[in-house]
Structure formats: C-alpha cells, structure tokens
Design a protein around this ligand. Structure first.
Ligand code: OGA
Ligand code: NI
Length: 359
C-alpha cells in the first residue's frame, strides 16, 4: 500500500520508517515534513584534495618500532587538533566482517515493519532500539533515515533477527572495540600522558559502546532533505564504517568537507567527552549526513564513551602544562547523554551547558 503523506504536524510519523516512504513508487518529491533547507553554496567539495581527512596507519601505530609509533602518535595529535576527524587504515579488522555487519543491518531494516515494532522503544539507554528520524516526539523536521542502536559494551546485547545479526555483531563489536582502545591510547600519548591514562580515568573497561546503524534510502530531491543535521558526538571516540556510498560531511575551517574514506577504513572522530578532557585542545567537530538520489547508504557509527557513572573533567596534568583553568564542570556521561537527547538541547552544542562562565 502506498503511504499517504498529508498533514505536517502530527507527532507520530505518518510512516513507520523512511524506508517505507522511499520505497513507494509514487514518491517523486520530498514531503513537506522532511523539507530541510540546505544552502547550495555550503556543500562539501568532493574534488579538493587538500580537503581530505588525515590518514592514520594503524600498523605503524601499533608497530614495535618506537619511531614509527611516535610518528603516528604525533599525526593523531595533529589530526585531533586540526580536524577532529581522521581515517584509520591497516587496522586488521577484515573488510569482509565490515561488509557482513552492514549487510546484517540492511537485512534488519528490510524486515517487515511489523517485525521491527518490538524494538521501537523511546528510552535513551534501552539496550536495543530502532526507529526513524531522530526523536519523532520532538523533531521539527523529519530526518531521511532509519536507525538501529544496540548497546554492545559493557554488556553485549543483540537481536535474534535477522538471522546472523547476533554472531556478526558480536565479532564486529569486539574487533572494533579493540581498535578503539588502541586509538584512545594513541590519543592519550599524543597529549603527553601515559597510554592508558584516559582509559583508566574514564573507566573504559566499563565504558559504553553503541552499534548505531543508519539507513538512508535514495531520496528524490537530496538537496531538500537531510540524513542527520549538523551535530557533535557525545562520547570519547566514534568509529564509523559505511557501504560504498558517501554522505558524511565534516565542518573544517568553516566549510563542509565530504569524507571519502578508503575502502575498509574506519572513519574516526573525537567526541564531546574528549573535548572536555582536553579543555578544548581536541575538538568534537560538527558533522552531518547528507542523502543522495542514487542508492541506499548505510553507515554504522560506533560511539565509545566513558562508563555511564563517570564524569569527564579537564585533565589536571594538561591544565598545569598549558597554564590553563578548567573550562568545563563535570557531569556523568549518563547525565550528559540525557541532556543531549532532551528537547532543550535538541541538536545544539551541548558542551555549552557545561562551560564555566567567565573563563
Ligand atoms: C552519527 C553520524 C554520520 C553518517 O550517527 O552520529 O554522524 O555518515 N553519522 O551516517
Ligand atoms: Ni555523529
């Protein structure tokens, strides 16, 4: 049955998923509740080679040669200061596993709507939840995406359907977590700290890992809709993979830059908790997901954060070294996430709520 799209102000979506809407043959335009105005001059430039995110070679980062490691640590530090984003190659996670993970998520999104209903919960920290847009109760504009979010650490959760999801996601979660740990340690060293300093301070062994899959179907008018509007990520580091479609854009020197990652690379970005720890040295950079009119894009963002009960505070050793005062007050990661998801902070820079005044 073709979905009907008529009124614009009901708080429940007219369709359960953007997939259902996009699959309807009749859809040749973006319905008004999805209409998002993007400045055509403010788009990521695909062809500017100077504008691509730095590349970190994981094999060198974990090399037995201190020189090679030092070189990569320095490169990570520079990438975190200048971009807040980088891509990681040679990380050892098989590309086939990434593809299987993307495929398992695709099969989830393709389940009949009825079969996804049991996972459509509203609570922020529910171990498994799926839905459409961002939060349909407070969205002013509907987003052109469906999502599936599964908490995989400190406790592993999984879905019993589609077949295979559980096994693949367990392996993907473990391998991705191991890469994230090395990256976190590299970031810690790039700040002149012990490699495990941040992990210890943030109770990383109990830290949160979410497997957050995004499904962006082809859109008939891609300039009039948005997958995810500009935002920053809440955690310490996010690792992202995608199918062969681009769409992620990063704000760099006041310009949107389209991220073109090498096949099989992880796109990594620094989150809000890291910006707090480093007292603004490493920025949690604005990014967004655009949509296209050719094929479905699937991405899996994997945010890694502190333990839920752990507040991030500017690291005192760094403050002393830089002769700075702390720019942020502490807040547990759980409270921070609640704040970020609240209507008051909707897609706003949440860090501003924690900033010390007159600093
Ligand atoms: C996210 C995100 C970007 C993408 O899920 O937080 O920024 O390219 N996703 O899907
Ligand atoms: Ni994000």
């Amino acid at each position: 049955m073709a979905p009907t799209v008529t009124s614009v102000d009901a708080s429940e979506p007219k369709v359960a998923s953007i997939k259902t809407l996009a699959d309807s043959d009749a859809l040749t335009y973006v319905p008004s509740e999805y209409a998002y105005t993007m400045d055509p001059n403010d788009k990521g430039d695909e062809n500017d080679p100077e504008h691509s995110i730095p590349i970190i070679d994981f094999a060198l980062l974990t090399s037995a040669s201190p020189d090679e490691r030092a070189q990569m640590i320095q490169k990570i530090g520079k990438a975190c200061e200048e971009w807040g984003f980088f891509q990681v190659i040679n990380h050892g996670v098989p590309e086939s596993l990434m593809k299987e993970m993307i495929d398992a998520c695709r099969r989830f999104f393709e389940l009949p709507e009825e079969e996804k209903k049991e996972f459509q919960t509203r609570n922020l920290l529910d171990p498994i939840k799926c839905g459409t847009s961002f939060n349909v109760a407070i969205d002013k504009v509907r987003l052109w995406r469906d999502y599936l979010k599964v908490i995989a650490h400190p406790e592993f959760n999984s879905l019993y359907k589609p077949a295979g999801y559980s096994e693949v996601s367990l392996e993907f979660s473990k391998r991705t977590h191991a890469v994230a740990t090395e990256i976190l340690n590299g970031i810690s060293e790039s700040l002149g700290l012990e490699a495990d300093y941040i992990a210890k301070a943030m109770n990383w062994d109990r830290g949160l890992q979410i497997l957050a899959a995004n499904y962006y179907p082809a859109c008939p008018q891609p300039d009039l809709a948005i997958g995810i509007p500009p935002h920053t990520d809440h955690g310490l580091v996010t690792l992202l993979i995608q199918n062969d479609m681009c769409g992620l854009e990063v704000k760099h020197n006041d310009q949107w830059v389209l991220v073109k990652a090498a096949p099989g690379a992880f796109v990594v970005n620094v989150g809000d908790q890291m910006q707090i720890l480093t007292n603004d040295k490493y920025k949690s950079v604005w990014h967004r997901a655009t949509v296209n009119n050719t094929a479905t894009r699937i991405s899996i963002a994997v945010p890694h954060g502190p333990a839920l009960d752990t507040p991030a505070l500017p690291i005192s050793e760094l403050l002393e070294k830089e002769g700075e005062k702390a720019k942020y007050i502490g807040m547990t990661y759980e409270k921070f996430m609640e704040l970020q998801a609240s209507p008051a902070a909707y897609m706003m820079p949440c860090l501003d709520h924690l900033r010390v005044k007159d600093n």
